[in-house]
Ligand binder design. Structure first.
Ligand SMILES: *[C@@H]1O[C@H](CO)[C@@H](O)[C@H](O)[C@H]1NC(C)=O
Ligand SMILES: *[C@@H]1O[C@H](CO)[C@@H](O)[C@H](O)[C@H]1NC(C)=O
Length: 156
């Protein structure tokens, strides 16, 4: 009996020592939505991630307060969550020029492998409806709803 248990432990440790190598990507992003609510500082992000290691598309969502300055750039999301905990994400749209759309970096991590997407400024639109009132101004992602992440970094 004892030797059967040892054999089982040995087999399972062999299995974990030789993980199956999976191609990390591409990560397909579909229905990407990021927008500020008019007359509010609230911003919403929503999209789906499909990746070779995921059995089905994963929905990711964030609703957060962009703050007083957030009327002309998309909010910084540093702990983005999804309906599958194997997937996390960040979104960083730093203000380079005030009242102008600026490029952003969108990172999606699946099973510890981070993919990075450089979002060009032309895919983000700023509407200056009433410059002195930031909540009246708006910002939204207006690029393609579906795109691929093909740039990967090592295990985190
Ligand atoms: C984006 O992908 C989704 C899911 O595959 C699809 O339903 C939708 O039609 C695509 N949208 C565009 C603009 O291609
Ligand atoms: C996104 O990934 C890039 C490339 O690895 C990294 O330089 C950057 O710090 C990441 N951003 C965040 C917010 O983690």
């Amino acid at each position: 009996m004892k030797s059967i248990i040892s054999a089982t432990i040995l087999l399972s440790s062999l299995a974990s020592a030789t993980p199956v190598r999976r191609e990390p990507g591409p990560y397909e992003i579909t229905n990407f939505f990021a927008s500020k609510t008019h007359n509010s500082a609230h911003q919403t992000f929503d999209f789906f991630v499909t990746a070779p290691s995921l059995p089905e598309p994963v929905n990711c969502h964030a609703g957060l307060d962009g703050g007083f300055g957030g009327a002309t750039w998309l909010a910084y999301v540093w702990d983005g969550k999804c309906d599958n905990p194997a997937v996390t994400w960040t979104f960083n749209n730093p203000m380079v020029e005030y009242n102008v759309a600026n490029p952003a970096i969108f990172n999606v991590t699946v099973d510890g492998v981070r993919g990075t997407y450089n979002m060009p400024a032309r895919d983000i639109t700023v509407w200056l409806n009433n410059e002195p009132n930031p909540f009246d101004n708006d910002v939204a992602y207006t690029g393609p709803a579906n795109f691929s992440i093909t740039q990967f970094f090592g295990e985190e």
